[in-house]
Design a binder for this molecule. Structure first.
Ligand code: NAD
Ligand code: UDP
Length: 310
């Protein structure tokens, strides 16, 4: 049995990770400040004696004895990370320093939930890990993008300077049950709008692309990365290379929900990336991983979830 800390464990991805780690027989500590996470996401785990819940903000130091740390604490939706941009930077940067300091002290392995946003609005397509990215350092997204980039820097520096065992995963757009209905991300917005018979809001002309990964595939990739040998630190892309425009996504959601919603067009947010698609050659090679759930299948499962809550 391993003792594992998951920061941001009451969030969308974190709750699935806690559940999977418990199912594999681990002792799990879930730390969260509930900024975007909810107790409801982990209610079903509270009866498990090997699950502990701690209300704590990752920007403050935290001391606990564990073997592994998954550092997920950070709002992920543009609406939420732009709500208090200074706090977003602090969460990424001070959170990384606190978790790396802890890992150094207790000799734990630590995994950073990084993001495809480190590539910004990419000029290389699909994105490979060796690409340095195209990020506006003073734009609306920079609190998140640069915070996550700085966290990657800190992880590599703690590894090189202090021999901390690190893993960096660059997560591409992920969706699934337990996304917050008011999260503001595109998959949850479109599904909620379709189920409530509202118009579907397309930002810009809807020709921008994203690659959507079902949450179970991400969790599998995260755990495989944590279990790689100490010489492999990443960063490694984990995402589904299927690439869709927002119009195509809206049409799928309308078809799968049977909704009669119309598409309405709203202004494109500043610095909204035009395209995004992972090159997963490295994940296939090192993690022996590739996504298993295609978009239609994942959307059906996600729609079933949202039908129970909206
Ligand atoms: P989420 O917003 O559902 O979860 C984030 C969790 O972190 C929430 O429970 C929130 O309350 C918690 N949190 C935020 N600030 C905190 C703080 N200061 N202290 C303690 N807890 C804090 O988002 P998610 O989609 O589950 O994302 C989880 C992680 O994965 C994030 O680090 C995100 O950047 C990364 N990521 C997610 C995606 C995606 O598509 N879901 C893509 C790339 C990267
Ligand atoms: N988007 C949209 N309608 C919405 C929400 C988002 O058209 O109601 C677009 C958004 O402009 C972006 C894409 O969908 O181009 C993905 O947005 P999301 O916030 O999910 O993720 P990110 O931009 O961080 O990849």
């Amino acid at each position: 049995m391993k003792r594992i800390l998951v920061t941001g464990g009451a969030g969308f991805v974190g709750s699935h990770l806690c559940e999977r780690l418990l199912n594999e027989g681990n002792d799990v500590i879930c730390m969260d400040n509930y900024f975007t996470g909810q107790k409801r996401n982990i209610l079903h785990l509270l009866d498990n004696p090997y699950f502990e819940l701690v209300r704590h903000d990752v920007t403050s130091p935290f001391f606990v004895e564990v073997d592994e740390i998954y550092n997920l604490a950070c709002p992920a939706s543009p609406v939420h990370y732009q709500y208090n941009p200074i706090k977003t930077v602090k969460t990424s940067v001070m959170g990384a320093i606190n978790m790396l300091g802890l890992a150094k002290r207790i000799k734990a392995k630590v995994l950073q939930a990084s993001t495809s946003e480190v590539y910004g609005d990419p000029e290389i397509h699909p994105q490979v890990e060796s690409y340095w990215g195209n990020v506006n350092p003073i734009g609306q997204r920079s609190c998140y993008d640069e915070g996550k980039r700085c966290a990657e820097t800190l992880f590599v520096n703690y590894h090189q300077q202090n021999n901390v065992r690190i893993k960096i995963i660059r997560i591409f757009n992920t969706y699934g049950p337990r996304m917050h209905p008011a999260d503001g991300r595109v998959v949850s917005n479109f599904i909620v709008q379709a189920l409530q018979g509202q118009d579907i809001t397309i930002y810009g002309n809807g020709m921008q692309t994203r690659s959507f990964q079902y949450v179970d595939d991400l969790i599998e990739g995260m755990i495989r990365l944590m279990n790689t040998g100490d010489d492999f630190t990443g960063p490694v892309n984990v995402g589904n290379p299927g690439e869709f425009t927002m119009i195509e996504l809206a049409e799928k959601v309308i078809k799968l929900t049977g909704a009669k919603s119309n598409l309405i067009f709203k202004p494109l947010p500043a610095d909204d990336p035009m395209q995004r698609k992972p090159d997963i050659t490295l994940a296939k090679k090192v993690l022996n991983w590739e996504p298993k759930v295609n978009l239609d299948e994942g959307l059906v499962r996600t729609i079933e979830y949202f039908k129970t809550i909206v």
